[in-house]
Design a binder for this molecule. Structure first.
Ligand SMILES: [Zn+2]
Length: 168
């Protein structure tokens, strides 16, 4: 028998299998430092997941490219970096504050990181790659990630370009 009349209105569907949500609170400094340096960090996994779900396929950590980009889309000649807000100085972001102790040392260090990022970007640009930066704070919001992947899909910048064969 099919479900009969339901006098109580639409039933709420409950999904129990939802994976644990990332924490919303601002990160402590030690969390920032421990998390953002290595590969396969949580923000990066969130981005990979979103791109995969959107049907976008990529290579990981191409060591041949400047800056060792997190995601590489050879067909679109586009790379994606997932940047930790602290280490990469996300201006105006609550995760980016120069520590109150050893302030000058930190300021100099972060300034060097910024310079390195700019250098990597210039190199990639010179090689004909487009660069997309996704900030750690954006990765906590699935809606934001969905927007980013959609935008990425629409920018089919590389599809009309001739493929280069003379790489070696
Ligand atoms: Zn941020």
């Amino acid at each position: 028998m099919a479900a009969g009349f339901d006098q109580t209105g639409p039933r709420r569907k409950r999904k129990k299998r939802q994976s644990r949500k990332p924490k919303d609170r601002a990160l402590t400094r030690s969390e920032n430092m421990s998390r953002i340096r290595g590969k396969d960090t949580r923000p990066e996994m969130m981005v990979r997941h979103a791109f995969w779900e959107a049907g976008l396929r990529y290579r990981l950590h191409d060591k041949r490219l400047p800056g060792n980009p997190d995601l590489v889309f050879p067909g679109r000649r586009t790379v994606v970096f997932v940047h930790g807000c602290f280490w990469h100085c996300h201006e105006g972001c609550s995760n980016f504050r120069i520590p109150k102790t050893r302030t000058e040392w930190w300021a100099a260090k972060l300034e060097r990181n910024k310079a390195r990022d700019a250098d990597v970007l210039a190199q990639l640009d010179g090689m004909g790659w487009d660069v997309v930066v996704i900030w750690e704070c954006e990765t906590a919001d699935p809606k934001r990630l969905a927007v980013l992947t959609e935008e990425f899909k629409l920018n089919r910048n590389a599809s009309s370009r001739p493929t280069r064969n003379a790489t070696r």
